[in-house]
Structures are given as C-alpha cells and as structure tokens.
Design a protein around this ligand. Sequence first.
Ligand SMILES: [Zn+2]
Ligand SMILES: [Zn+2]
Length: 183
Amino acid sequence: MNLNRFLYFGDFIACPLAIAGLLLAVLAQGDLTALGMWCLAFVAGCMAWTLVEYAVHRWVYHAVPYFDKMHDAHHQEPKGMIGAPSFFSVALIFAIFYLPLYFASHVFAGGFTSGILLGYTAYMLVHHASHHWALKPGGLLYRLRLKHMVHHFRGEEGNYGVITSFWDHVFATYIEPQRRRAS
Ligand SMILES: [Zn+2]
Ligand SMILES: [Zn+2]
C-alpha cells in the first residue's frame, strides 16, 4: 500500500509512545514484583516478535492472496513508501496481543505487547535503513541490508527475517549473501 509520510513514519512516534504508556502504567503501581513480571514479559515479547516478523513475511506477505499483491508492490519498488499504514499496525498489535493477554494478566500483557512494539519498531528501522540509507560496509545494519537485498534480488525464496536470521536458519530458508556491493 502506498503511504504518505505521515502514515509511513507515524509508527516511529506511535510505538515509543505506546511503550512509554504501558511502562508508566506498571510503574504507577509501585509494585516491584509487577515491574519484574513486566520486564520478563517485555523480553519474551521482543523474542516473539522475531518469529512474528518471519511468519508474517513468509506465510502472509509471500503466500496469502491480496497481501502478496500488496507486498509485491514493495518488491517492485523497494524505495517507495509502501507498507502497512502506521496506527493501523499498532492497533492491530494491540488487538492481537494486548487484548487477549489482558484478561490473563494486564501486567504481562503490557510488557509482552511493549516487546512486540519494540521489535516492530526495530524491524521498520532496519528495513527503512536497508533501502534508503547510505550504509558503510562492516556495520551491523550493512550486514542486515546485504541479507535483505538477497531476499529482494537473488531470485530465490529466503531471508524472510529482517532484524535477525534466526528463524531463517531454523526453517532452512537462510541464503548467504555473497560478497558484493549492496544494491
Ligand atoms: Zn518479501
Ligand atoms: Zn525490502
């Protein structure tokens, strides 16, 4: 989906604000046990995000009709402002993760959702940087970019993970980037 700047960059503001709100909510309780559980849930959410990122990219964007067409627009025009619209994606994350978990534990729901939101923000940042920033060889972002360029231009299906290759190794879809200039 083609987005204007507001809908393309809006989540870079909305996600940190949502995380800050969820953190303030647990801090306001003044309960160290609750804060400890929030932090554990946060780490679990960060780790869960990496699987969400892989699964959505591989089994939704590259497999489900309609979504595959929308994602193909990004493959056709990698530098375009194309993607899921800001605010809608944050609302979706709350609907899928926060609401169901809230009924079990609102503290766990807050921490876990914050971890997912941080992972999503990291994904957006790495993906934007991969296509738009002039990255110097040697750094982490440059290596992540090379890996993502293989996903775009090698003509093989693989490297679905953006911020980590972990699940590509687990599901045997990792493709080693050859040493060449990134496109
Ligand atoms: Zn793709
Ligand atoms: Zn891309």
